[in-house]
Design a protein around this ligand. Structure first.
Ligand SMILES: [Zn+2]
Length: 283
């Protein structure tokens, strides 16, 4: 498969973001490769479901968004991969709804993967990383039109900063049925953590979010989508029950900690988004 992922380094007007994640290209190629089926797996703690069973289940489309705002003259071509103009986002939500897709949340995905609990027809998960306030101002009301619920992976150090959500925004999203989850404290790459970082980056960020929402936090998205084998037992120690990456291979032993997502670049039309999503996730 054509190599098409790139690491985006933020610069200029993006300096207030610690970094962004890998983005898919606007090409027609699938952003993730097909899930390997029936690979030998080991048993996980996940209600007795073994890894091979989890991996063999059809993948549910999980979309990943960052900023939802108009492009600026200073936006680089690569930066536009993580900046989706509001009109584009609106058309994507409308097309998902018109096409019969229904949003699901992580608990439903977890039960489906571990127990085979049926999902609604045409399930899709909408996820939002970092905690930009435009997710609250633009994405949230747009999703509301269709009864869509999403997952907001919050980088807690930025709460209340200029372009980020405030705690009351996070609380409202949670109260309205969206899921609030961890995206670390300050977006450092988990593959670089040393002892003590897990407490600072995961436990403390979850605690902060739990204080805001009054609900437990059990889901996590890796900054930059970057993960390694060493991170998984550490996440388990922090009571994280499933973790979301971007588009690298699902781990054969711990598929629940390497659930794949597809970044929707800013220059994809709604039709392109739907076409690539269907091809990528075979949905
Ligand atoms: Zn991020």
């Amino acid at each position: 498969m054509k190599k098409f992922l790139s690491i985006i380094l933020l610069a200029g007007t993006y300096a207030c973001h610690p970094a962004t994640e890998q983005a898919g290209s606007p090409a027609t190629d699938p952003v993730v490769s097909p899930a390997p089926a029936n690979q030998p797996g080991t048993f996980t703690e996940a209600n007795g479901a073994d890894a091979a069973t989890i991996i063999a289940r059809p993948e549910v489309p999980v979309l990943c968004y960052h900023q939802i705002r108009e492009w600026r003259a200073t936006d680089s071509r690569l930066a536009k991969d993580v900046v989706v103009p509001p009109a584009t986002f609106r058309s994507q939500m409308k097309l998902l709804a018109d096409s019969g897709y229904q949003t699901i949340l992580p608990d439903q995905l977890y039960d489906y993967l571990t127990k085979g609990t049926p999902l609604p027809p045409k399930p899709v998960m909408l996820t939002f990383d970092d905690g930009d306030v435009d997710q609250y101002n633009i994405a949230y009301p747009e999703m509301k039109k269709y009864g869509f619920k999403g997952v907001f992976f919050i980088m807690t150090v930025s709460l209340g900063r200029s372009i980020y959500m405030k705690t009351e925004h996070v609380k409202e999203l949670s109260d309205e049925g969206h899921v609030i989850a961890s995206h670390t404290w300050n977006h450092e790459n988990v593959t670089k953590y040393k002892e003590g970082d897990w407490d600072k980056q995961i436990r403390q960020s979850c605690k902060k979010l739990e204080e805001i929402t009054g609900k437990p936090v059990h889901y996590f998205a890796y900054p930059f989508g970057a993960w390694n084998k060493a991170a998984i037992p550490e996440l388990k120690k922090q009571d994280i029950t499933a973790a979301f990456q971007l588009s690298t291979k699902i781990d054969n032993e711990d598929p629940l900690y390497t659930i794949r997502r597809m970044i929707v670049p800013g220059d994809w039309s709604a039709a392109t988004m739907l076409r690539v999503m269907k091809k990528t996730f075979k949905s």
